[in-house]
Design a protein around this ligand. Structure first.
Ligand code: ADP
Ligand code: MG
Length: 389
């Protein structure tokens, strides 16, 4: 069971002692993430701007003889063992330990000699809330194995490898954003990621210095039809790119948007394309404002992003729209859904001393609508994967 009075790192160590009756040789942490702006742009070869959360997953680890791996997670209380046979083919370890076996598999596929290891995992990242607990787990385990084995795998190459683990071993079709954020983010910065080239740039995003904070509100809305709707959006975008004769919608410049829309056959496709093209532009505009240290000016871009997701991309739900409207009415400088949609989280840019007021206003609005109460946390941008000790 989770004891909130102990830090996540202490819980990982305590778990390690309990399971293996010895101390770990080190502890490695990797964060969850939230996407500041840039939704459904990743598979259109576009831009995203995530930052790491202070909520982290910690792997306490030590070497283990031979090609054998043992992993325990506080979350399930389960210990799972696997050996070389389980990591010679994808998907052989199923369930949560598949994320760990997937990292071993992907390292071996890339030609690395992966040391046998025992691991104990604890996490403060909520699961399945859209804050990317899966990439945090992958990144913490990868960091531990790279250090234990003295593997020559630079940070730039790690997101791709973790993504391969999730796509091919676990079988979850995610883009490169989550792993890039968990591995490459820097404290006080957002990560400007070009999903086509995978180039990253660290953009100053020092909320505390600006007297601001980001409130992350979990809508607690049940996820509805997520997989089917996601596939449908992706399909619309790919078809539109083919009709417009470009490799991806990223290649439609904002200045040519009207011409492009005029060449599309129906209103729904036009709206989908308009979201992607304008959202890419909003990511770039947000980056420009952050570079100019004008964080408080990004509010309208966040609001425009939400409106575009609600009206053009049609991926919001009533709980999400209610949270955004209530946050703005209570004085948030900007608010938007973050993540793929149909549930998940809303983020609101607030004055640091105003975060409770905004959170309470959202809770009240939920009560009035009869929705399940939301949960919330205030965050500032944290660092990517790191060795703790
Ligand atoms: P998200 O990444 O948005 O939290 P996912 O469905 O991608 O949601 O990943 C959640 C899954 O990752 C969990 O169902 C579980 O299998 C695995 N996972 C994440 N963190 C842990 C953890 N600390 N212990 C065990 N499994 C975990
Ligand atoms: Mg995930």
């Amino acid at each position: 069971m989770t004891d909130p009075a102990r830090t996540v790192a202490d819980r990982a160590t305590a778990g390690f002692h309990q399971v293996y009756a010895e101390p770990p040789v080190g502890r490695w942490a990797a964060p969850g993430r939230v996407n500041l702006i840039g939704e459904h742009t990743d598979y259109n070869d576009g831009f995203v701007l995530p930052f790491a959360l202070p909520l982290r997953t910690v792997a306490a680890a030590a070497p283990q003889p031979g090609e054998t791996w043992t992993v325990w997670s506080e979350l399930t209380g389960e210990t799972v063992d696997f050996g070389a046979a389980e990591v010679t083919g994808a998907g052989r370890v199923t369930g949560w330990a598949g994320y760990v076996a997937g990292i071993v598999w992907a390292l071996r596929e890339a030609g690395y000699r992966v040391p046998g290891a025992r691991l104990a995992i604890a996490s403060d990242v909520p699961l399945g809330a859209g804050l990317s607990s899966s990439a945090a787990l992958e990144a913490a385990v990868l960091a531990a194995l790279v250090d234990l084995g003295g593997l020559d795998l630079p940070a730039e190459a790690q997101p791709r490898l973790a993504q391969r683990a999730e796509n091919h071993y676990v079988g979850a079709p995610t883009g490169i954003m989550d792993q890039s954020a968990a591995i490459r983010c820097r404290a006080g910065h957002a990560l400007f990621l070009d999903c086509r080239t995978q180039q990253v740039e660290h953009i100053p995003f020092d909320l505390a210095a600006a007297g601001l904070a980001i409130l992350v509100i979990d809508s607690n809305a049940p996820h509805r039809h997520v997989d089917g709707e996601y596939a449908a959006r992706r399909n619309s975008c790919e078809k539109a790119a083919a009709l417009l004769d470009v490799p991806a919608l990223r290649d439609i410049p904002t200045d040519n948007l009207d011409d492009a829309l005029a060449r599309l056959p129906d209103d729904e496709t036009r709206r989908r394309v308009r979201h992607v093209v304008t959202e890419n532009q909003r990511v770039c505009d947000t980056v420009d404002l952050l570079r100019a240290r004008q964080i408080q000016q990004i509010g309208p871009l966040l609001v425009a992003s939400h409106t575009s997701m609600r009206d053009d991309f049609a991926i919001t739900v009533p709980e999400i729209d209610t949270a955004v409207e209530a946050a703005l009415a209570a004085g948030a400088l900007g608010a938007r859904m973050t993540g793929g949609g149909f549930g998940g989280c809303v983020l609101a840019l607030v004055k640091a001393d105003h975060s409770d007021t905004v959170a309470n206003a959202v809770t009240d609005a939920y009560a009035r609508r009869g929705f399940t109460a939301p949960t919330h946390t205030t965050v500032t941008p944290a660092a990517g994967a790191t060795r703790l000790d």
